[in-house]
Design a protein around this ligand. Structure first.
Ligand code: FAD
Length: 806
């Protein structure tokens, strides 16, 4: 066994082997995989191994499509059969919502060149006559859908990796991972140790235990999961081609041909956790006793749709373990706090995603960044707030609703509240309907009375009118928005200015009280973040950024060493904030402070440490609403007192609380981008309109990448669209994000955010397009159907910035 390697992958399931294969394919041949037993010894060997391309997230769909096409190439390359069957998949819509979801997916498939389209019921009947199509509203067909042989695929990756120089050691358990002073790792096994700069945890069911060897706690929880295979069925045997699989997701089961029978798997409501206190080390090629009673309801759904299942005998039941994260997506990426430690754990559709996951892992490790924005998979989206109890509650909910539609704006209640701020109860009394934001309860909108909840759907829901009232109140008078979910940092010391200049692309404010907006540039020259930096003293700065990206941004901040005597610390937990915005905001705040807020004394983008209602705040003259307004950041202990004062004084001016859904609509009226939607590492500064904030007369993190990106022509441009009112009124829906944009039948881009602009009376969307500009007429695929729209020349609210600066 080698004693040194470029990377050591722990775990020889389908994921570990795919990562190893993709590392070698990307040029790293000096890599090792260690497996404690035989390859496939965790969840892999007993998987049903269905493969699908459909996913609500566009980038995950891309990755799944890459994976589906890879298997045949892998077979050709390695000579190892992957047991690929691709008779196609039929997706059935029983409900209007499912129809919206599938039509939207078909529109995305057209844009991205994926094979997924509608077929008639007659055609579906011809392809799979066993299905009862009664009550089916539409059918989509994915010709590449099917299944693979789990051991075949895993071994093919292993063969491919070995052919390129990788070593694989079976029956070699990793017993310790010790980080050395120089940052490298010693990976210890009974057969010897290996030193490496990269440890890759692909230990599947044992992901938690392997992570703990490095002191890392991962929010993961295993469950049982069952499918059964029927005896030979005459109807199946009689069909001369293999039957397409059936995705009748409203029934929470999956169904496909296996041999001359059928395989039916279920995600039951009455789910069962396994190994809550840790996965046993002596578990390998093991299964649990059958428990078909638990999945009876799902089986009945399957029998109703495919009646022949009801007459078939059961040949084999598989009840095996799988391991979940709180949102059922993989926990992937370098652990921000631990150098050289890469996680890839908690994968549910391993066979739909293995190829793309391996490719993304290899890009991340070797090149430092993935080609796609993979925040939805990033381990950094969770932190210590995702406790064991939270994880269990979310996993239970995810499992029981595995195939449920995840609507735009949907907020699930499981495991909440996880953490609350001091004004939570007060907001609740005021009718706040909360969403989960980095673990925090955060008000989305305010109902007339406490206890209201969201309805869900792709169309306008119960919050649409109340959010409109909040937006109009703010634009006509004023609104008070809780912005405590922003990430806040302080940088203090003699080297603060120099360090911030070395991290961020813009030049830092030169005098106290001034502030600037600045991008953070990613490895490939894209937008890794957008921040406001405020100089509060000669040697002290406050930095405000995206709350959900706080842990993600750690990876960037740690790349620039802090000068001696200079500190950089998060203040997110101990600081809360409000944005008071709207034409009356100055009068409201002026009532509560002796500091002059006049335009001359407190101009736009300036800050001052002042008192509001006797409470010390850092006040900043900005507002994400695009309106006249101030942000006031205070100590968490003062949050309730400050809120009461703002609400009480606000009342006199007809102002009141405003939630984050209204904020989303208001910022779109102004054309402001938001991190994770418009701003992401996939987009270059000049594509998002942030190029003027990159200062090339100084050095900053990833400057060369920014320079090379910005000397290339923009691939796409961020634009604001106005959807025709007749079309959105007819469908009772606005764009929400992800909808493809077409012009003259040609796919030209996609929506990143959408909302109704209540104060301007327009249904609006922000999105990226290529080959189109202001005034062009396009079609936005809201609900998967064309909605006519015009690309706007300027934002409909305050295009000249007169109100903002007033
Ligand atoms: C019943 C069932 C049906 C499924 N059906 C499907 C399906 O239809 N489609 C689909 O895409 N997915 C399906 N899955 C999920 C799929 O099986 C998983 O997503 C996939 O197998 C996860 O692979 P992995 O490599 O992450 O983990 P695992 O398969 O668990 O592999 C981890 C490996 O790490 C090794 N290891 C652990 N600790 C150590 C250590 N200390 N040292 C060395 N090695 C170690 C283990 O021995 C194991 O071999 C199903 C799962 C189940 C249970």
């Amino acid at each position: 066994m080698k004693t040194n390697a470029q990377a050591v992958v722990i775990g020889g399931g389908v994921i570990g082997c795919s990562i190893l294969y993709h590392l070698t394919k990307s040029g790293w041949s000096d890599v090792v995989l260690l497996e404690r037993d035989e390859l496939t010894s965790g969840s892999t060997w007993h998987a049903a191994a269905n493969i699908h391309g459909l996913h609500d997230s566009t980038n995950i769909s891309r990755i799944q499509h890459y994976t589906m096409t890879l298997y045949k190439e892998l077979e050709a390359e390695t000579g190892q059969s992957c047991g690929v069957f691709q008779p196609g998949s039929l997706y059935l819509a029983q409900t209007e919502e499912r129809e919206h979801q599938l039509r939207l997916q078909a529109a995305k498939a057209k844009l991205y060149g994926m094979n997924f389209y509608e077929i008639s019921i007659e055609e579906a009947q011809r392809l799979n006559p066993l299905v009862n199509y009664d009550g089916i509203r539409c059918v989509m067909y994915e010709p590449d859908g099917g299944n693979v042989d789990p051991s075949g695929v895993t071994n093919a990756y292993a063969v491919g990796a070995r052919q390129r120089g990788a070593e694989i050691h079976r029956f070699t358990p990793v017993t310790a991972t010790d980080q050395q002073e120089d940052g490298t790792w010693i990976v210890r096994t009974p057969k010897g140790d290996i030193q490496t700069p990269w440890v890759v945890n692909a230990a599947g069911l044992w992901g938690r235990e392997v992570a703990m060897l490095a002191g890392i706690e991962l929010p993961l929880q295993p469950t049982e999961h069952q499918y059964f295979v029927t005896e030979t069925m005459a109807d199946v045997a009689a069909h001369d081609t293999r039957l397409p699989s059936v995705s009748d997701r409203d029934g929470e089961y999956y169904l496909r041909q296996e041999g001359q029978g059928l395989l039916v798997g279920a995600y039951e409501k009455d789910m069962k956790f396994w190994a809550e206190d840790g996965t046993p080390l002596d578990f390998a090629h093991d299964l649990f006793p059958d428990d078909l009673e638990r999945i009876e309801e799902n089986m009945m759904n399957a029998i109703e749709r495919v009646p022949a299942v009801g007459d078939a005998g059961i040949k084999r039941v598989i009840n095996g373990p799988m391991i979940w994260s709180p949102d059922a997506n993989v926990l992937m990426g370098p652990v921000p706090e631990v150098d050289g430690y890469f996680c890839c754990n908690g994968i549910i559709p391993g066979f739909s995603q293995s190829g793309g996951m391996g490719l993304m892992a290899a890009q991340w490790i070797i090149e430092g960044e993935t080609q796609y924005d993979m925040f939805a998979w990033d381990v950094a989206r969770f932190d210590t707030w995702a406790t064991k109890d939270f994880t269990k509650a979310r996993v239970q909910d995810q499992y029981a609703h595995r195939f449920a539609i995840h609507f735009p704006n949907e907020e699930r209640s499981a495991g909440r509240p996880a953490r609350t701020r001091p004004i939570y109860d007060r907001q609740k009394d005021m009718g706040a309907v909360f969403g989960l934001n980095v673990g925090w309860e955060h008000p989305l909108w305010f109902a007339e009375a406490p206890g209201a909840t969201d309805t869900n759907g792709f169309t306008r829901q119960n919050w649409w009118e109340p959010v409109g009232a909040e937006c109009r109140m703010l634009r006509d008078r004023a609104g008070i928005i809780d912005i405590s979910n922003f990430a806040k940092y302080v940088c203090k010391g003699p080297g603060a200015e120099g360090w911030l200049n070395a991290v961020f692309a813009n030049s830092m404010p030169r005098s106290v009280g001034r502030s600037c907006l600045t991008p953070l540039i990613s490895k490939r020259g894209g937008i890794a973040g957008d921040f406001t930096v405020i100089r509060v003293a000669d040697d002290e700065f406050w930095i405000i950024g995206s709350g959900m990206a706080e842990r993600y941004h750690k990876r960037f901040f740690k790349q620039v060493p802090l000068p001696d005597g200079t500190r950089f610390e998060s203040r997110t937990e101990e600081t809360c904030g409000f944005n008071v915005a709207g034409p009356k905001s100055r009068e409201i705040l002026q009532r509560l402070t002796n500091t002059s807020l006049s335009p001359e004394d407190f101009p736009f983008m300036r800050s001052q440490q002042i008192e509001i209602a006797g409470i010390a705040v850092l006040a900043l003259r900005v507002s994400f609403t695009g309106d006249l307004g101030w942000e006031a950041h205070c100590a968490a202990k003062d949050q309730l007192r400050l809120y009461e004062a703002l609400i009480e004084t606000g009342k006199e001016f007809g102002a009141g609380p405003v939630g984050s859904r209204a904020l989303m609509s208001l910022r779109i009226e102004k054309g402001y981008g938001s991190w994770g939607r418009e701003y992401s590492p996939e987009y270059w500064p000049h594509e998002v309109g942030l190029d003027r904030l990159c200062k090339f007369d100084k050095s900053f993190l990833n400057k060369d990448a920014a320079n090379s990106a910005m000397t290339s022509p923009a691939r796409e441009q961020l634009v604001l669209l106005h959807l025709d009112e007749a079309d959105t009124a007819a469908s009772n829906a606005d764009a929400t994000g992800g909808e493809p944009i077409f012009m003259d039948g040609r796919g030209i881009g996609r929506v990143t955010s959408g909302a109704y602009g209540y104060s301007v009376g327009m249904s609006l969307a922000l999105g990226y397009v290529s080959g189109a500009g202001a005034g062009d007429r396009v079609e936005v695929m809201v609900l998967g159907r064309p909605h006519r729209a015009t690309i706007l020349k300027e934002p409909p609210f305050d295009p000249t910035g007169t109100i903002l600066r007033g």
